[in-house]
Write a protein that binds this ligand. Structure first.
Ligand SMILES: NC(=O)c1ccc[n+]([C@@H]2O[C@H](COP(=O)([O-])OP(=O)(O)OC[C@H]3O[C@@H](n4cnc5c(N)ncnc54)[C@H](O)[C@@H]3O)[C@@H](O)[C@H]2O)c1
Length: 332
């Protein structure tokens, strides 16, 4: 994707900020539409003054904001979302953003005859695995309001392709991590939370045995892959897992982080009772993705964690300030 005008909803968020940076590197004009409910201007600090970047503080559920953002765009990359843990507290609000917001984006993308609507789904739509690795044909068993809304988002995207001929691709990321990830409050994710705790010499807590596995994808690779998938016409009308096809246990993550901070795992890794409804194995099949882009993700978890720690060390906050925002049992 080069020399295009691309709208990125949720462009100030974790994944979005990396996608925006890569699009600008490739000489695209980029319009970010974000309400900054979870996104941060600091995520875009490196590119903030870029002459080809416009930032609209607006809401995907407001038609006029979307009309303004998508004007003259060739491509829409739709990443705006409210997250899973928020959906447990406020399912209707999250449904409004994900489902009504997506419909606004689809509708206005259609009116603008965009060449691609890149829809960002989530592996959460699969629910607990019936089999691993989970390919794109795995049944959809949304187990949270967030996942149910993401299924609706995917179905509406598919339907706009069928009914109105809107060109689309759906990507389904598994667990992403890396710079700009969230450690704060109920938005905190496993890896950034553990890093913040290790920086403060606080115990890294495993909920349950720690044998739970996840398929962790480094965010910069995910952002590059968004563009590679968008560039490839073979991705049109396809749903593609974004994952590594490798599983890493939560305990292994804690050990790697202890190692990086010279903490004794026997002392610093502690256990608490399991989180309700926690999935034991979450592993994606990335065959379809690698067929389309011609490569597999390469950043190993050890390297990705090292890079993420470096990012944390350069944040303009003291470790204690980071810890003050971290909530151990973030789903409650
Ligand atoms: N982070 C992961 O591990 C992960 C895994 C699977 C799928 N995904 C998907 O990737 C996409 C990006 O997620 P992320 O992790 O970067 O999340 P994020 O919360 O960091 O980014 C989402 C952005 O959307 C913005 N937003 C929320 N409501 C909005 C609204 N009404 N109008 C405009 N903007 C709004 C937020 O301010 C935020 O900047 C989402 O579609 C998500 O479902 C993420």
């Amino acid at each position: 994707m080069q020399n295009q005008r691309v709208a990125v909803t949720g462009g100030a968020g974790f994944l979005g900020s990396h996608v925006v940076a890569k699009l600008l590197e490739l000489n695209n004009e980029v319009v970010v539409l974000d309400d900054f409910s979870n996104g941060k201007m600091v995520h875009l600090a490196q590119v903030r003054e870029h002459p080809k970047l416009s930032i609209i503080r607006g809401d995907i559920t407001h038609r006029n904001d979307v009309v303004q953002a998508f004007e003259n765009c060739n491509t829409v990359i739709h990443l705006a979302v409210l997250d899973l843990r928020q959906s447990i507290k406020e399912p209707k609000r999250v449904n409004t953003v994900i489902v009504d917001g997506t419909m606004n984006c689809l509708e206005i993308a259609k009116e603008n005859n965009v060449e691609l609507f890149l829809n960002c789904s989530s592996s959460e739509v699969y629910g607990t695995a019936n089999y691993v690795p989970m390919d794109e044909k795995h049944p959809l068993h949304p187990e949270t309001p967030y996942a149910a809304a993401k299924v609706a988002q995917d179905m509406y995207t598919f339907s706009y392709g069928r009914t109105y001929g809107l060109p689309w691709t759906t990507i389904r990321p598994f667990n992403m991590y890396g710079p700009n990830s969230h450690w704060q409050g109920y938005r905190g994710e496993l890896i950034p939370k553990m890093i913040v705790r290790a920086m403060n010499k606080q115990p890294l807590v495993l909920f349950g045995s720690g044998e739970q596995t996840r398929d962790f994808l480094y965010v910069e690779e995910a952002a590059k892959a968004v563009i590679d998938v968008a560039n490839n016409p073979l991705s049109r009308g396809r749903t593609l897992n974004f994952c590594t096809g490798k599983e890493t246990s939560v305990k292994r993550i804690a050990e790697l982080i202890c190692q990086a901070f010279n903490l004794d795992p026997a002392e610093f890794i502690q256990s608490q009772p399991p989180r309700p409804g926690d999935v034991m194995r979450h592993l994606g099949d990335q065959t379809a993705f690698s067929e389309i882009v011609g490569y597999s993700p390469k950043v190993e978890i050890e390297e990705g964690i090292t890079k993420t720690i470096e990012w944390f060390k350069h944040l303009p906050y003291k470790p204690a300030e980071l810890l003050a925002q971290e909530v151990l049992r973030s789903w409650e």
